[in-house]
Design a protein around this ligand. Structure first.
Ligand code: SF4
Length: 261
């Protein structure tokens, strides 16, 4: 739980709260407001215990191996709409996201940082590559501010890392909270053994796409052989839910268009 008062002290330095933090919004990058920043900052602090709690659920036989358990999990997932959900993308698409984040003019805050995978950190199970939580825009500000071992990187470094992750068989997912592109904060690269959202996805079909009514199909397909092929297959085998992007609720931005050309 929240027991690091140095973090709280750092947050109380309101200059950071009110300084420039870019977010996706409409046609441009705009400044994330202090309330959004604050909410997401707290999410960053409490993310590991949340993931740990879900991991405990996922390892219970009566949850994953019974119809009632899976039903229960589905209801919990449904109620968790405000937590990060992701769009599975190819390495090329993730690279285009990086280009958009780096090249688009907007507020001066951090753009990209990479740090230890939060799922691995939360569960205490490490597997290379461990440093693969690629936070973007105001997410890069928050996670470097939380002093969790993140380092700022440039676009070329980010794209080189994405290729390494893909070569390791990981699947990229561009994640956002609140079902809104304005809350886009990370490009994750996930497996199916440790990654908590991927494991929930495989049991419930949730967390890796949005409400189907809000989605548009895109042309790109997932192609990532290796340990995470289960995710790829699960996504790509759904004929009407291949890979899509949300064009409503703020996700219909030029950024997403740039990603999914
Ligand atoms: S979602 Fe994937 S990359 Fe992100 S923290 Fe979890 S396993 Fe790591």
């Amino acid at each position: 739980m929240f027991n690091d008062f140095s973090k709280l002290g750092a947050l109380m330095n309101t200059s950071h709260l009110f300084s420039e933090h870019p977010q996706l919004d409409g046609q441009n990058l705009r400044q994330a407001g202090p309330i959004q920043y604050l909410i997401h900052w707290f999410y960053g602090v409490f993310e590991p215990p949340i993931l740990r709690a879900v991991d405990i659920l996922l390892t219970r036989k009566w949850i994953k191996d019974t119809a009632f358990g899976r039903f229960l999990l589905k209801q919990i997932a449904r109620l968790s709409w405000y937590f990060p959900h992701g769009l599975i993308v190819t390495t090329e698409a993730a690279g285009r996201m990086v280009d958009f984040v780096i090249n688009t003019e907007g507020p001066k805050g951090a753009r990209i940082a990479v740090g230890p995978c939060v799922c691995q950190r939360a569960i205490g199970t490490w597997q290379e590559p461990c440093k693969k939580d690629m936070v973007v825009l105001y997410g890069a500000d928050i996670y470097t501010h939380l002093n969790l071992g993140y380092e700022l990187i440039d676009g070329d470094q980010a794209k080189a890392l994405l290729k390494q992750y893909a070569a390791a068989g990981l699947v990229h997912s561009i994640d956002f909270c609140m079902q809104s592109g304005k809350w886009t904060f990370v490009i994750c690269s996930c497996d199916t053994e440790i990654c908590v959202p991927a494991r929930i996805y495989l049991l419930t079909g949730r967390f890796f796409t949005l409400d189907r009514k809000r989605l548009y199909r895109i042309k790109k397909n997932v192609s990532a052989p290796g340990p995470a092929a289960g995710v790829s297959h699960a996504v790509s085998s759904e004929p009407t839910r291949k890979i899509r992007t949300a064009r409503s609720h703020g996700i219909a931005t030029n950024a997403w268009d740039a990603v999914f050309v």
